[in-house]
Design a protein around this ligand. Structure first.
Ligand SMILES: O=C(O)c1[nH]c(=O)[nH]c(=O)c1Cl
Length: 315
């Protein structure tokens, strides 16, 4: 059974990888991903300068393994740390694993400076521009401001020059799928979109202590895990149906087993990112989910994912 895929001009020997933000801030964590069965890896979204992020507790799993809530606040080592990592990354590694770099500038000038630095370094890594961090107090998500998102892309796409991706927030209105896809279709080098980032500004409360689970923003944070699966499948399929010229979708949200990975591919995903389940289970999740996905494919008579990608049936 073949789980390989190609995105933005790079080939992933296995279509599973981490969701940006999980197990990917430090080099040792990135090495754990390389040593796992994941077919690739993406770094923690980087800002111009390093950040400690929001006060703890800032992440919590939810009771009943239904998901997680986080308000990390973009803790990262600063983009130069990840640029150096990308400079010394072994792109010809035996495992054939490509590298994705996530950037989340606090402003357009910051994003511009970081994209220029990566352009000048001329590396084989693929940039994933994060338009959807929901956890910066006072900062609205760019992904929810269509004009600002298009203006940012007018600046960044030409600088990046080569194929790149965008990390999107979940949309909940068909008109927003239409508007966002129409914007992305204007840029030839947008190779893919990753749907979805966490569902922004949920509130998890412990009923015994009557207290919010996380400290930042009065307990408001991004929701992930199984409980966001149907929203992520809808966003994957909405952009799969709307994007043209070979633009692809990476699915993210609610993948806890081979079954949800299979559903993401049915919805149109070319690769599948795992966040909450990676945080809770560790990097062994990639081998387990790969095996479960292979078993499902064998049981259904599929030998490769192209046979069923995007083939979700409607009634
Ligand atoms: O709080 C975070 O660091 C964070 N948390 C998320 O759930 N998504 C993001 O894109 C980011 Cl940048």
């Amino acid at each position: 059974v073949d789980l390989s895929t190609s995105i933005a001009g790079v080939t992933l020997p296995n279509l599973l990888l981490n969701a940006s933000g999980v197990n990917c801030r430090y080099e040792n964590e990135l090495q754990q991903l390389l040593d796992s069965s994941a077919g690739s890896l993406v770094t923690k979204s980087a800002t111009l300068s390093s950040r400690d992020g929001n006060p703890e507790p800032r992440y919590a799993p939810l009771a009943g393994q239904i998901g997680s809530i986080n308000s990390m606040g973009l803790p990262n080592q600063g983009y130069e740390y990840y640029l150096e990592y990308a400079k010394k990354f072994d792109y010809n590694n035996a495992a054939g694993k490509p590298l994705f770099i996530s950037l989340a500038g606090m402003s357009l000038p910051d994003n511009k400076a970081m994209c220029e630095a990566f352009r000048d370094a001329n590396l084989p890594c693929v940039l994933e521009i994060n338009f959807s961090c929901p956890n910066l107090p006072g900062k609205p998500q760019l992904g929810y401001d269509m004009e600002a998102m298009e203006a940012a892309l007018q600046v960044l796409a030409p600088i990046i020059g080569k194929p790149f991706g965008i990390k999107l927030p979940p949309y909940f209105d068909i008109a927003h799928f239409d508007q966002a896809a129409a914007i992305f279709n204007k840029f030839d080098n947008i190779a893919y979109v990753t749907c979805i980032n966490s569902v922004g500004n949920g509130l998890a409360i412990d009923w015994e202590s009557e207290t919010a689970l996380i400290k930042p923003k009065d307990g408001f944070g991004g929701l992930g895990g199984l409980m966001v699966l149907q929203t992520s499948l809808a966003n994957v399929n909405a952009f799969y149906r709307r994007l043209n010229n070979g633009k692809q979708v990476i699915g993210c949200g609610g993948v806890t087993s081979g079954k949800e990975a299979f559903l993401h591919i049915l919805a149109g995903a070319s690769a599948v990112q795992i966040g909450t389940q990676l945080q809770e289970e560790g990097t062994g999740v990639f081998e387990r989910v790969s095996k479960e996905l292979e078993e499902i494919m064998v049981a259904k008579g599929y030998t490769n994912v192209e046979e069923f990608r995007g083939k979700v049936k409607t009634l």
